[in-house]
Ligand binder design. Structure first.
Ligand SMILES: [Zn+2]
Length: 452
């Protein structure tokens, strides 16, 4: 570790924790030790945390209090994770139907917890509360996964994101964290040329980005013959599924390895370890269960549906939450990295089409979900491109939706997508599921070809 790394970890992080009311440093120190626990030690910790979560939820969360009473369950009936099956699986629809308040602990003042919005892998927005404690724990688990790549706090990294960085606090954090934050809001060649130039100038150790924008960047760099610095030790991807052919293309052009990751609301961070043979969940943060359904039974890859119990967030407890994501489990041999976590071979998360406009602008699922996750009157979205100059945004709405919201959405998306596309926004009763039980957020008519 360099002096810069030591200062970033031991001074800057604890100071920023103090100022922002977080506890990332404390959790990071804990997680850097617990990653080498034995299987028994891990399970014993999980079971202890589970009992605390269940006690809290029964006492302070109306939904769980009523559910336990209805099922004739007492908190003492859930002693270990083997008892979890006694509690029914929780879906996103359950939370929306019952209302967030019923899922929110009355033990916290609303001023002390943060309202979070997530789109999950299906593009269906969900809002929930998180304590600063659980956000810090989760962030620490993410940092620990970066450590698996050889990154240390203080190292230069680039984050390519769909959203511009507007808040002063965030900009200050970026500066302190040695992070160059680049917005890829508009997926057009000029934007990516600027991003490539900035990366070359900044010379980062790590690049963090969704897979699809990285593919655009890869094409551009390949065609220009430029080299992306000599400090790069890895690329982090998350969000959409990273397919093998995309991974190969990106790794060849960037001359480095990709560490792919995954997360969902109520779930743990999951990341590839340094052996590249497995992904591992941060099992200190959440309990993962893997179940069969109609899709997994027919899947030649023998995937399993991922059900998660968040052990650290008591504000909106997620107990046996259906992430709607699929995982391919690895073998039961100990991983060569020396950690006792479950081996995960593959993540089958969000998979979606890419749209293209006549002027050559690309639209990806992250463009839409990043925007719609904050629109409370919209429950589900699906964007369909029938021809190169015709796009329909289908919305399932709730009673907060109004003509004014409709007009605002139309204005925003017409401006965003461009004049050369005939855009309509329609409200529909339902959006049909794919055979895997997911909603496909973007659908492009296969006759519209994209060369990526
Ligand atoms: Zn490993």
């Amino acid at each position: 570790m360099s002096v810069r790394n030591i200062i970033a970890e031991k001074i800057t992080l604890p100071l920023s924790d103090l100022v922002l009311g977080q506890s990332i440093y404390k959790h990071l120190r804990f997680l850097l030790k617990s990653q080498y626990w034995t299987k028994d030690e891990l399970e014993s910790y999980q079971n202890k945390q589970l009992r605390k979560l269940i006690d809290h939820s029964y006492k302070y969360v109306k939904y769980y209090h009523d559910l336990f009473n209805k099922l004739g369950l007492k908190p003492d009936d859930i002693k270990t994770k083997e008892d979890l099956h006694k509690i029914p699986i929780l879906t996103k629809e359950d939370i929306k139907r019952e209302g967030l308040e019923k899922f929110t602990s009355t033990a916290f003042s609303k001023k002390k917890i943060d309202k979070i919005s997530s789109s999950g892998s299906t593009g269906e927005p969900l809002q929930f509360y998180k304590t600063k404690y659980s956000s810090s724990f989760n962030k620490a688990a993410a940092i620990r996964a970066w450590y698996w790549q050889g990154y240390r706090l203080g190292d230069k990294y680039v984050k390519i994101s769909m959203n511009p960085r507007t808040s002063f606090i965030k900009q200050l954090q970026d500066r302190m964290n040695n992070c160059k934050y680049l917005s890829s809001n508009q997926l057009v060649r000029e934007e990516f040329q600027k991003i490539a130039d900035e990366i070359i100038r900044f010379n980062p150790k790590i690049i963090r980005c969704y897979p699809v924008p990285l593919l655009f960047l890869t094409e551009l760099i390949k065609n220009s013959g430029n080299r992306i610095g000599n400090s790069l030790i890895g690329i982090n991807t998350t969000g959409s599924t990273l397919h093998d052919d995309s991974r190969n293309k990106i790794e060849v052009v960037f001359k480095t390895k990709i560490f792919d990751g995954y997360s969902c609301e109520g779930g743990a961070i999951c990341s590839q370890c340094e052996t590249f043979e497995n992904y591992h969940f941060a099992e200190e943060y959440a309990i993962s269960e893997f179940i069969e359904d109609d899709y997994t039974k027919a899947d030649p890859e023998h995937s399993a549906r991922h059900i998660t119990t968040d052990l650290q967030d008591y504000a909106t407890p997620f107990i046996r939450y259906d992430s709607q994501d699929y995982i391919v489990l690895g073998n039961n041999n100990p991983c060569r990295c020396g950690r006792a976590y479950r081996n995960i071979k593959k993540i089958k998360g969000r998979d979606s089409d890419i749209l293209i406009t006549p002027s050559g602008k690309y639209l990806i699922v992250e463009n839409f979900v990043a925007y719609f996750q904050w629109i409370e009157s919209v429950e589900q979205i699906q964007v369909v491109q029938n021809s190169i100059n015709s796009i329909v945004i289908n919305l399932v709405i709730n009673d907060k939706f109004s003509q004014k919201v409709h007009e605002e959405l139309l204005d925003y998306w017409k401006m965003y997508i461009g004049e050369d596309v005939n855009l309509t926004i329609e409200t529909v009763n339902e959006i049909k599921l794919t055979p895997s039980g997911k909603r496909r957020t973007l659908i492009r008519n296969p006759k519209i070809k994209i060369d990526l």
